[in-house]
Design a binder for this molecule. Structure first.
Ligand SMILES: Cc1cc2nc3c(=O)[nH]c(=O)nc-3n(C[C@H](O)[C@H](O)[C@H](O)COP(=O)(O)OP(=O)(O)OC[C@H]3O[C@@H](n4cnc5c(N)ncnc54)[C@H](O)[C@@H]3O)c2cc1C
Length: 365
């Protein structure tokens, strides 16, 4: 019996969102015994993402298989200064996909099942203890590798004594089912130190309705609730949201914004996605990076388990993006954000250039 065969699973992945799905699909591709546990009974509920997918993820990852009915192409960004004057930004070769996110998450769960991954819904990770070179997972059995893809407040990180994310934005979003914006092909982004200090507000058309959200810098010491109702009042008219529109649902959550945590691996255990802090500190976009890193982790584990070679712990640590330039930008934005330069210089060439770098990824990580 090999070291691996004595375990019930080759990989146990905690979390069936983007990072966990990518990791599981990559490992299952090599025929590994993969189990994903997810605490929700339905992966499409209790969402905490707007679900906007950037072009790179839409074209270069498994997400290029998302059914067309679940996505809507957005080719422009309309950027609003605090005084609500706006600028239209376009990159001819770039786009985003807004999504029917609940059904994208359900589709991902179906992809897991149809690729021989054992998906256990409504099963929470509670604890794990080391078992030789692997781990014994409470309520599940033993595994050679344990992967924490369980989000910004990772319990796997806590139980395995790995690094913990402690630098966050807090985002909140209202969903208006069935609405159509007058300008649906633009992602509407609002700069405002009053409503979104440290980030922006946004309005987006998706295949089933409209999402209106904002995020702000989160501080454990001084919690401030985002004024989403005040924000809605302020921007309703400029985006053409009916005065009597009432939200059908709300999404909210923490977004890591300080770069990867100090220690994302220990023997036999690896963090990925939000659990590892792998989110752009500037755009707060984490779907693409979660997918890329999760996939890399699953692939590395599979190669190692099958053929030996480089330890996946090393591969995973090396593959985590450092976001050095973006962390510097985050530092500067946190300290020096003010409204007047955007009011005064929105239409200037340098500001347009800078906005294009951020939105259309013309700058390197
Ligand atoms: C309001 C908001 C809007 C955002 N919008 C965008 C966007 O438009 N585009 C973008 O690219 N990024 C966006 N992000 C960031 C992006 O959503 C995340 O970076 C991405 O979802 C990370 O994926 P993940 O798989 O690492 O973690 P998550 O998506 O957080 O998934 C973690 C999963 O683990 C499960 N889980 C947690 N604990 C346990 C446990 N103990 N046992 C079992 N299961 C558990 C959870 O239920 C969840 O399904 C947004 C974030 C927020 C908060």
């Amino acid at each position: 019996m090999t070291a691996v065969q004595r375990y019930d699973w080759d990989v146990v992945v905690v979390g069936a969102s983007f990072a966990g799905a990518a990791c599981a699909l990559a490992a299952a591709h090599y025929g590994l015994r993969v189990c994903v546990i997810e605490r929700k009974r339905d992966p499409g509920i209790k969402l905490h993402t707007t679900g906007i997918i950037v072009k790179e993820a839409a074209e270069q990852t498994w997400l290029n298989r998302v059914p067309a009915a679940l996505v809507q192409r957005v080719e422009r960004v309309r950027l609003y200064a605090p005084n609500l004057r706006s600028l239209s930004l376009v990159a001819p070769d770039y786009y985003f996909l807004t999504t029917d996110t609940p059904n994208v998450m359900r589709w991902l769960a179906d992809e897991l099942r149809s690729h021989s991954v054992e998906l256990r819904l409504q099963q929470s990770f509670t604890n794990a203890t080391q078992d030789g070179v692997g781990w014994q997972v409470e309520g599940l059995g033993s595994t050679r590798y344990l992967v924490g893809a369980d989000g910004a407040k990772s319990r796997v990180a806590e139980r395995a004594n790995l690094g913990r994310v402690d630098d966050f934005l807090y985002g909140i979003e209202h969903e208006f089912a069935g609405l159509q914006l007058p300008e649906p092909d633009a992602l509407h982004c609002f700069i405002s130190k009053r409503y979104a200090p440290g980030y922006i507000g946004w309005v987006a058309q998706n295949p089933t309705g409209v999402q209106v959200g904002l995020a702000l810098r989160h501080s454990n010491a001084q919690t401030r609730s985002p004024d989403i109702d005040g924000f809605l009042q302020r921007i309703r008219g400029v985006v053409g949201l009916p005065i009597d529109a009432t939200p059908m649902a709300t999404r909210a959550g923490l977004v890591p914004c300080g770069g990867p945590v100090s220690q994302i691996t220990a023997p036999g255990v690896i963090l990925t996605g939000d659990a590892a802090g792998i989110v752009s500190p500037v755009t707060a976009g984490g779907i693409h990076s979660a997918w890329q890193h999760g996939w890399c982790v699953g692939d590395a584990i599979a190669r190692y388990v099958r053929d030996g070679g480089e330890a996946p712990e090393q591969v995973a640590a090396r593959a985590a993006p450092r976001f050095q330039a973006k962390r510097a930008l985050r530092w500067a934005y946190d300290r020096f954000q003010c409204d007047w330069p955007f009011d005064l210089f929105l239409h200037s060439a340098p500001l347009r250039w800078a906005a294009e770098q951020v939105y259309f990824h013309k700058r390197r990580a």
